[in-house]
Design a protein around this ligand. Sequence first.
Ligand SMILES: Cc1cc2nc3c(=O)[nH]c(=O)nc-3n(C[C@H](O)[C@H](O)[C@H](O)COP(=O)(O)O)c2cc1C
Length: 170
Amino acid sequence: MILEEILKRKSVRSYLDKPVKEEKLNEVLEAGRLAPSACNIQPWKFIVVKGKKRREKLAIACKNQKFVGEVPVIIAACIVSKGYNMGGWYDSAVLDIGIAFDHMTLQAVHLGLGTCWIGAFKENKVKKILEIPDEIKVAALLTLGYPKDPTEVKKNRKPIEEIVSYKKYT
Ligand SMILES: Cc1cc2nc3c(=O)[nH]c(=O)nc-3n(C[C@H](O)[C@H](O)[C@H](O)COP(=O)(O)O)c2cc1C
């Protein structure tokens, strides 16, 4: 059941020193590849980083978030093209990438892995480390590895009545 994975998913900031098998990594990436995007544009490219040196450099680029250097795999999500103009006021590319990453986070949970979204990063530094061309944007990064503590945690979320209304905006 997908709700099981949704409930189990949490931001993991402490990982075991255990590599992620190629097969599992490929399944996580496949979940992202299959994600929907506006007009099926798929405006993304994902860079997988495993090497220690690059990971440590990325940790610094991610505003010194130490765990980013300690996780076995980092996935950087790049925007390679425009998305679709949503509602006439915004480009869907970042949203599309969010969906792809979300698919990956849930597949990771299904495989016993943990992830953490990384939004705190200096784009220019990340681009330099990963040799990303000028015209390409970095939307977010994701850490991937085995959680030190795999136990489920209670979710701190707004109550349903606060975020859902029926018939009209209230
Ligand atoms: C777009 C986005 C960016 C985030 N950036 C970071 C980050 O840079 N570092 C970090 O430790 N957590 C980051 N997080 C994790 C959030 O803090 C976390 O998802 C939120 O507090 C809810 O907790 P949970 O993921 O454990 O349910 C980010 C999450 C999202 C969705």
